[in-house]
Design a protein around this ligand. Structure first.
Ligand code: FAD
Length: 588
């Protein structure tokens, strides 16, 4: 059977030894109370709930799925109880603002916990992830009154959140949405329209659901500049905070899908439901981006978490499954065959899994650190740089974590041979659960366009230069680490060459960005992971113990066996758009 133990030691290593998080937290007013002991306790306690409460209902949740009956959605057996335990233990508000009852933990720490939750039970993880994203959006854009009304209950987990963007005819292109918001005399709005694919739009876990809904006002300009954001509760909230009438927003059906079967994916019908404007009229998409950016990093963690649980299960299987003899001669002559972990190709699969998982975990902490610094660093210049890096790296994290997440779960399945394809061992569920992460929250193709177009080309590569300077400073500060820093320097040079090439192509060719973007994102992701692996090697170098030796070994594997793919990505970026655009549409 699949197995999962939260990688707490690795998480501690990343936070403390790679990034010296305790020093950073001590230097910022909002995180001064985050002590190493507290961090340790949170990771240990988080591991406990993930391993003991959430993982045991992962498989049964997949088998049972959510059920829809006349508008009522029931989650699989055990989910309601697990959610109560989770909410009552304060996990939903872990990163929330203390002014409204959140626990104010830094993002660098909450990404670690989120990874565990996704690993243990991705379907479950989505419910609180949506609540956390909705809370962040309200915190940043809603009036004080709306914040007081919604945030404490969301942080407590008594209510959950949902994000309602997609409509039957519009997913990527939200500018063409049809949902309408008509002003009421009391300052609220009547929301009418149909949203589809709404995660956690209806379920039985919490007493109320807070929908954040994009809609158009009657006089709204066309396109994405005419979209406003509204908060629409399932049950209206009375002045004293108690629940009032049922708002006319109902779940018409749920989707039957490839994976995340215990996460409800809902068609939501808004039939004149009462809602309240969040932020400025017609500026809703920008406000919603606060939630989407949060969710994008969160969904990236889905890729890493599923990669980790797949790796752990594959590693155990590879030690136990006996097939063939080692090319170097029998390793366990007393057995009928050697365990498959002796074969170079099986080790390639396991090491690839591990290198992507651990590289991704470090990069998630790095992006979390930028978010924390952008929010609370005392030095304005540090804050400004961190803001640029967050914007630049969010699409990389979402797409690269989830693309590699799927690759890694497929490798884990492959280690099991035919036993990975059948249901019994649970490996195929990880593949099915990982697949959606490449699609929702903006497809990975759209993440790549966001990176190349809005985060690189739009400012002439300024943010990439800032990232590149930081990596160069790190390389120059190291001695005796050339086995790691030289491949990193080579990859960085390729990234810079690719950036310059696309910035030049763009002047002549309107398809240049679209043609280069996915390969550019992969090149960026590989380079970022190389930076993480070099930093981890620097932290492990000179330390004794199996953990550190293994780090250095996996770092070497990454540099020698995975990073060379950056050469291929650079070649593809340099090839331009001609071979993509030459074939006429009707010749496909
Ligand atoms: C299980 C599940 C849960 C979801 N949860 C939510 C949720 O909670 N809330 C919510 O609002 N939505 C949710 N979604 C919707 C999801 O975000 C969309 O499906 C996704 O953004 C893609 O939109 P689409 O399906 O309409 O595809 P389309 O926009 O039709 O895209 C189809 C293809 O064309 C490509 N494409 C489109 N435009 C461009 C372009 N300009 N350049 C290059 N390529 C392009 C896309 O990358 C994609 O490959 C969910 C979807 C699923 C399946």
């Amino acid at each position: 059977m699949a197995e999962y133990k939260a990688p707490v030691q690795d998480m501690q290593f990343v936070l403390t030894e790679v990034f010296q998080a305790d020093q950073l937290w001590a230097s910022m007013a909002a995180t001064q109370e985050v002590t190493p002991d507290l961090v340790h306790a949170i990771l240990e306690e988080g591991a406990r709930i993930c391993e003991n409460e959430l993982f045991p209902i992962n498989r049964s949740g997949d088998e049972e799925g959510c059920q829809w009956n006349d508008g009522v959605v029931t989650t699989p057996a055990g989910f309601k109880e697990a959610y109560s335990t989770y909410a009552e233990s304060g996990w939903v508000g872990l990163g929330g603002d203390p002014e409204f009852g959140g626990q104010g933990m830094p993002k660098m720490l909450t990404v670690m916990f989120e990874e565990m939750v996704y690993a243990a039970n991705t379907s479950f993880a989505l419910y609180p992830a949506l609540s956390a994203g909705a809370s962040l959006c309200l915190l940043n854009h809603a009036s004080d009154e709306l914040k007081q009304t919604y945030l404490p209950a969301l942080y407590e987990g008594r209510w959950t959140g949902s994000m309602c963007l997609t409509e039957p005819h519009c997913g990527t292109d939200l500018g063409i949405m049809k949902t309408k918001a008509v002003p009421n005399e009391d300052g609220s709005y009547q929301i009418s329209g149909t949203k589809i694919f709404i995660t956690g739009g209806e379920h039985d876990l919490a007493e109320n659901i807070v929908h954040l809904v994009l809609a158009k006002l009657p006089d709204a300009p066309a396109g994405s500049r005419g979209i406003s954001l509204f908060v629409v509760p399932k049950f209206l909230v009375n002045d004293d905070g108690s629940l009032g009438e049922r708002n006319p927003v109902h779940c018409g059906s749920i989707e039957h899908k490839m994976g995340i079967k215990a996460s409800s994916t809902c068609v939501m019908n808004f039939d004149g439901a009462q809602g309240w404007l969040v932020g400025e009229p017609n500026r809703g998409l920008a406000a919603m981006f606060t939630m989407m950016n949060y969710e994008r990093l969160s969904i990236g963690l889905q890729g890493i978490g599923l990669g980790e649980v797949s790796y752990q299960s594959a590693r155990t299987y590879a030690r136990e499954r006996l097939q063939s003899r080692s090319p170097a001669g029998a390793q366990q002559p007393e057995q009928v065959a050697d365990p498959i972990i002796v074969h170079p190709d099986v080790r390639r699969m396991l090491l690839t899994q591990r290198a992507y998982n651990e590289g991704g975990r470090a990069f998630a902490a790095y992006v979390g650190m930028q978010l924390d610094m952008a929010k609370g660093h005392p030095d304005e210049a540090v804050r400004a740089k961190a803001e640029g890096l967050v914007a630049l790296l969010t699409p990389v994290a979402k797409a690269y974590f989830t693309d590699r997440g799927l690759d890694v779960t497929v490798l884990g399945q492959q280690v099991f041979g035919g036993h990975g394809y059948v249901r019994e061992w649970g490996m195929e569920q990880f593949v099915r659960d990982a697949r959606i992460a490449q699609i929702y929250e903006g497809t990975n193709g759209i993440q790549a366009l966001d990176l190349m177009g809005r985060k690189v080309a739009a400012n002439g590569g300024e943010w990439v230069r800032s990232f590149s300077e930081e990596v160069n400073e790190f390389i120059e500060s190291q001695t005796g680490l050339e086995a790691y820093t030289q491949p990193l320097a080579d990859a960085l040079a390729r990234l810079n060459e690719a950036t310059d090439a696309v910035l030049a192509q763009v002047k002549e060719d309107p398809n240049a960005i679209g043609a280069a973007s996915c390969d550019y994102l992969n090149l960026f992701g590989l380079t970022a992971y190389a930076y993480m692996w070099a930093k981890m090697a620097a932290a492990a170098q000179g330390q004794s113990g199996d953990f550190y030796q293994a780090k250095l070994q996996v770092a070497q594997f990454f540099m020698q066996r995975l990073l060379p793919e950056s050469q291929g990505y650079l070649a593809k970026v340099l090839a331009g758009s001609e071979s993509l655009m030459g074939l006429p549409d009707d010749a496909f």
